[in-house]
Write a protein that binds this ligand. Structure first.
Ligand code: AMP
Ligand code: MG
Length: 336
């Protein structure tokens, strides 16, 4: 594999995994490198940048992520633009955020509603990530579902109006949208390469190749079942093992079927999407998880993205652009 002598690999899924790559010294081949880890956007974040201004750029990236979380996307920060809309029923979004919202609307429509960014009231009933998870009762779920529906969201430029009781949730897109902003900010610094991981969404920046591992579901130690060899781009993975709880022997995960309000069951365990648009990788990985491999691949084609689908039987399906750049590295998994 050719990478101009600058070989390193990274494992997608999450910061927990990229931390491992760092601990192994994967980055030490570079000069002028800056590595940071912190928590924001409800996830662990890994920043690794090389180049003369890597320290300055890393500082900027950290500040930017924290500001986007607190001021724009967070549903838990009372001062975010999204919280204000959810509270008041209307409000303004920063331009880049309203662009992400339009992209979400487009994917929502093209996915036949499998992707829906208005399920906040439904998600809240389940309580994923709050430590107070529980299986909602049917009546409450039905009521919350009636409050959702992306077609009811009205936008006019950057202003947004939602019906009473609806709660917008940009959790499926915020990390990817933030990566697009980070990419444009990095252009203002003298940096050679950067890998920024926001949970399951990763930005690859700079010349040469990047080797990205796709996490083995449920593995804590950063094991991966496949490696992708990629130029600079974005990669996002959505998986049922990322956020879940178990009750009476049943596992409930955080990606919901808007038709039922229950965790989506499409036979998939994870979907990884690759695209020059970070927002699209994030949105489509979630959408494809709900749709399943066949319809998901069709949706990716419509948006010019590539994807890797992992099913419950350890079978791996890929879109045509992935076939030559994937290597299955675990004998328990096989390409279909
Ligand atoms: P991701 O980890 O990017 O796949 O996003 C998962 C998050 O998206 C969840 O935690 C919810 O906030 C939100 N979400 C869950 N189900 C859906 C859905 N069907 N459509 C859009 N967003 C969803
Ligand atoms: Mg997503």
């Amino acid at each position: 594999m050719k990478s101009g002598g600058k070989k390193a690999f990274y494992i997608v899924f999450g910061a927990a995994v990229i931390v491992l790559a760092l601990a192994l010294g994967a980055y030490r081949v570079f000069n002028n490198e800056t590595v940071r880890q912190f928590t924001a956007m409800d996830t662990l974040i890994g920043v690794s940048i090389t180049g003369r201004e890597s320290a300055e750029a890393a500082g900027e990236v950290e500040n930017l992520i924290k500001a986007l979380d607190k001021d724009v996307y967070s549903r838990h920060s009372a001062t975010s633009a999204l919280s204000a809309i959810n509270r008041d029923g209307k409000g303004e979004l920063p331009e880049e955020c309203s662009e992400a919202l339009e992209l979400m609307r487009s994917v929502a429509a093209k996915s036949g509603g499998a992707f829906d960014f208005t399920l906040g009231a439904v998600s809240d009933l389940w309580g994923f990530g709050t430590g107070k998870e529980s299986v909602p009762d049917e009546a409450a779920l039905k009521k919350a579902l009636e409050k959702s529906g992306f077609e009811k969201v009205k936008t006019d430029g950057t202003s947004v109006t939602i019906p009473h009781g609806m709660i917008l949730d940009m959790g499926a897109a915020a990390k990817g949208a933030a990566l697009d902003r980070i990419r444009s900010e990095l252009g203002g610094y003298s940096v050679k390469r950067a890998v920024i991981s926001l949970g399951g969404s990763i930005l690859l920046y700079g010349k040469g190749e990047f080797r990205v591992g796709i996490q083995t579901p449920g593995s804590a130690g950063g094991e991966y079942f496949a490696l992708l060899t990629l130029p600079e781009t974005n990669v996002s993975t959505s998986g049922s093992y990322e956020r879940y709880f178990e009750k009476d022997g049943v596992r409930y995960h955080h990606i919901l079927d808007p038709g039922t309000g229950y965790p989506a069951r499409s036979g998939l365990v994870s979907v990884t999407v690759v695209s020059p648009s970070g927002a699209l990788t994030d949105i489509l990985s979630t959408a494809c998880f709900v749709l399943g491999a066949e319809k998901g691949a069709q949706l990716c084609k419509e948006f010019g993205c590539e994807a890797v689908f992992l099913d419950e039987n350890n079978g791996v399906t890929v879109t045509p652009g992935i076939a030559d750049i994937i290597e299955i590295t675990d004998e328990n998994y096989r390409l279909r």
